[in-house]
Design a protein. Structure first.
Length: 369
């Protein structure tokens, strides 16, 4: 199978501004091409758009806006997991020989319809994600004896790290007291426990080994991919305090890359809500069950940016279709030693974890220099 590399990327600031989805998409692709003038657009075989927006024919529109006439052009929607699913699709096109270079662009508006899953009747009248997040929080705290104060460290850490991310939605730092005294949404969930939907875009250019080496002297390779969907309705999850799809996807990605979780130097974890970060860390094997919070607290106290260096979804913001791509861009920057104040030491191997709808579907990627 042909190696697949990442040769360029572009990203916009994440905001609450009101822009058309087409202009948001174009902004990140324009950023990509302006910073990589050596890229020949005529060599781009496919353009994939990741979004939950209801606008139609976005991939051909984006292609025309950028002066690209690809063989393949279509959109991909999978709620929060859209961006990483799009990257996997691009990888597949390249490794199969159907394409040599693929542009993946993700974008969302702050009012994205992807925040609500109408189909899942098990949610009753509580269609917003805060319903399942509240159940996850209650279950996790009860099973492992975790307090609200302990869980609040996730938000504190990620807002602190987001302050070093120039594209992050959040520009503030918070204390545990601030988190605990933020608006109470449910018995087990407060406002600062939540990521915020926002307007933003991220684009990434993948290529075959030959094309990658021709276009960059700092290639980053995708060496592991794992995916798993267990259901659509979260009540079919085996547990409300762990993530089965994440566990399976992580194992698959690590096996494909010939690595163990202990080899990972830096990771982007899907923290749509505070409880998601420790649950994901435990399901991926970074820590034992119930010990994810201790790991996070230690990282925070030692100012170690290994987990969610850009501030996670809580700090950076969560423009659904762009989230997985922006996570991947962060790991590329880390491995290229270009993450500035967020840079982790000696980053050689990175991991991206993204998921949808209460971890009913997960994608894990492993990247290497």
């Amino acid at each position: 199978m042909s190696k697949v590399g990442i040769i360029a990327y572009g990203i916009t600031p994440f905001t609450r501004e009101d822009h058309k989805i087409e202009s948001i998409l174009h902004k990140s692709t324009n950023n990509l091409f302006q910073n990589n003038l050596n890229i020949n657009k005529k060599e781009i075989d496919a353009v994939l758009v990741s979004t939950n927006n209801n606008s139609k024919y976005l991939s051909p529109i984006l292609s025309e806006m950028n002066g690209i006439q690809p063989k393949i052009a279509h959109s991909i929607e999978s709620l929060c997991n859209s961006g990483t699913n799009s990257i996997v699709s691009a990888f597949s096109y390249i490794s199969s020989g159907l394409a040599d270079m693929v542009l993946v662009s993700g974008a969302e508006r702050y009012d994205s319809p992807g925040q609500i899953l109408e189909w899942d009747n098990s949610r009753g009248e509580f269609k917003h994600p805060i319903f399942w997040a509240s159940l996850f929080s209650k279950s996790y705290k009860q099973e492992y004896g975790i307090s609200d104060e302990q869980l609040a460290i996730v938000s504190v850490k990620n807002h602190k790290q987001a302050k070093e991310n120039p594209n992050a939605l959040s520009k503030k730092t918070y204390t545990i007291h601030d988190v605990l005294n933020s608006k109470k949404l449910t018995e087990d969930l407060r406002l600062l426990d939540c990521s915020r939907p926002c307007t933003g875009s991220a684009s990434i250019l993948l290529a075959s080994e030959k094309v990658t080496k021709k276009n960059t002297d700092m290639p980053i390779w995708i060496t592991g991919i794992g995916q798993k969907t267990t259901s659509a309705g979260f009540t079919k999850n085996m547990s409300l305090s762990s993530m089965e799809s994440t566990k399976i996807a992580g194992q698959s990605a690590l096996k494909m890359s010939n690595h163990n979780i202990s080899d990972i130097d830096v990771a982007e974890i899907h923290d749509a809500f505070s409880v998601c970060e420790p649950m994901a860390l435990e399901s991926l094997g970074f820590s034992n069950p119930g010990e994810g919070i201790s790991m996070i607290n230690n990282l925070h106290e030692t100012n170690n940016f290994k987990i969610n260096p850009r501030g996670g979804l809580i700090g950076a913001g969560h423009p659904l279709g762009a989230t997985g791509i922006s996570q991947t861009i962060e790991i590329v920057q880390q491995l290229q030693n270009n993450a500035e104040k967020r840079q982790t030491d000696n980053a050689e191997i990175g991991l991206i974890h993204n998921m949808s709808a209460a971890s009913t579907s997960s994608t894990v990627l492993v990247l290497e220099k």
